[in-house]
Design a protein around this ligand. Structure first.
Ligand code: SIN
Ligand code: CO
Length: 379
């Protein structure tokens, strides 16, 4: 993607300008971010997704000034009537299940893949909404069908009501108000208060991001590092040949504290272990994702990643779906290109080493990638 090119998606800003001026800082309203766009998924298709076991969905209903929430899946008949006001169906991770939703998400890859989360679709009947709230992550709210009135505010008081089953602000102080029409989009940074109410039936697509929480990341990485250290041939045990007799047996020996600190320092000092653990963690598929293995795919013409595959790289590795590979030279360049653009053409494959081809073909067998027919653009 050319990050210096003005984009209608960002109201004429380049991706570079948007990231500098707005990302994690301040909202951006874009009228006709996607001009003449017609939303790819119909209401019936959204309802069909919500009926599937492996798709995460929620139903939110306002009843007499309060909210009710249920988790899916929802058979069609379990949803309220379309004429009934004040309900919303939210379907998470649509990009994992629908190629068109996945393609839409790709337009936002001016943000690193490591930060991109998913595409959520909400369907609301007239008056529907999830109440005034804030999200912990950045979001682009793209109006897909019908109209929604958004009220937003910078408020500091983020205390929540404790009498409802979802996160609803106790005191909402909106400062601005916009009615979004199909193709319009609103970007909000994390913790920006907002409330969107459907004016008539409407659908909104939320392009969502993720950001690791420090404590959770530390826990995850330490577990992975310790698993790697555990693979040592012979466990290194704490030894204390110089331990003196103690009159206070409850006290933890200082030597044992030093041993513990040394154990962690060694795990961290292991060359590239942290980088490897991070890449594997970031590319780990979500728990509701599985791949359809394919019988011996032939990929003479090109290869494309499956929409569910997460692929990233660092200076020494490529990562895909929780696995890491060391890569250098021409193969590394090739694998990085695959991670960045998510496909390779026949010219790329012609330059690949036998090892790289074998790897790509094993990924095709696993359903992580698919052979891609030659297109006009490849000629
Ligand atoms: C919605 O689409 O109804 C809610 C999205 C949001 O406010 O984050
Ligand atoms: Co929100």
């Amino acid at each position: 993607m050319d990050i210096q090119q003005p984009l209608s998606l960002l109201g004429g800003l380049t991706a570079a300008q948007f990231m500098r001026r707005h990302w994690q800082k301040k909202p951006l309203l874009v009228r006709q971010a996607l001009p003449q766009w017609s939303a790819p998924l119909s209401r019936a298709e959204v309802f069909a997704l919500a009926a599937r076991e492996e798709v995460e969905s929620r139903l939110v209903q306002q009843v007499e000034g309060t909210w009710r929430m249920r988790q899916g899946p929802f058979a069609r008949r379990a949803l309220p009537a379309l004429q009934q006001a004040d309900w919303t169906l939210l379907v998470q991770g649509v990009d994992l299940h629908d190629e068109r939703a996945h393609a839409l998400l790709q337009q936002f890859r001016f943000v690193p893949e490591a930060r991109l989360d998913d595409l959520m679709i909400s369907y609301a009947s007239n008056g529907g909404g999830v109440g005034p709230h804030f999200d912990s992550y950045d979001v682009f709210l793209l109006q897909a069908h019908g109209r929604r009135r958004w009220r937003i505010g910078r408020q500091k008081d983020l205390s929540l009501r404790d009498d409802v089953p979802l996160k609803v602000l106790a005191q909402f102080e909106p400062e601005e108000e916009y009615v979004l029409e199909p193709g319009d989009m609103l970007y909000l940074p994390p913790r920006y208060a907002h409330d969107g109410i459907a004016e008539g039936e409407c659908m909104t697509y939320s392009i969502g991001f993720r950001a690791p929480a420090r404590a959770e990341l530390a826990q995850e990485l330490l577990t992975r590092l310790s698993e790697e250290a555990d693979a040592e041939d012979r466990p290194v045990l704490y030894r204390d040949a110089t331990q003196a007799a103690v009159a206070q047996p409850g006290a933890i020996p200082e030597g044992l504290q030093a041993f513990a600190r040394d154990a962690l320092q060694r795990a961290l000092a292991e060359p590239l272990a942290l980088e490897r653990a991070l890449g594997e963690y970031l590319t780990e598929p979500k728990s509701n994702v599985w791949f359809d293995a394919e019988a011996a795919a032939v990929m003479l013409e090109g290869v494309a990643l499956d929409r569910r595959s997460r692929m990233m790289y660092d200076a020494h590795h490529v990562f895909i779906n929780g696995e890491s590979y060391r890569a250098a030279g021409r193969d590394a360049t090739l694998m990085r290109r695959l991670a960045d653009q998510r496909w390779l053409d026949h010219r790329d494959l012609a330059r690949a080493s036998d090892d790289a081809l074998a790897l790509l073909s094993s990924w095709c067998d696993a359903g992580w990638a698919h052979s891609r027919p030659r297109t006009e653009a490849d000629a």
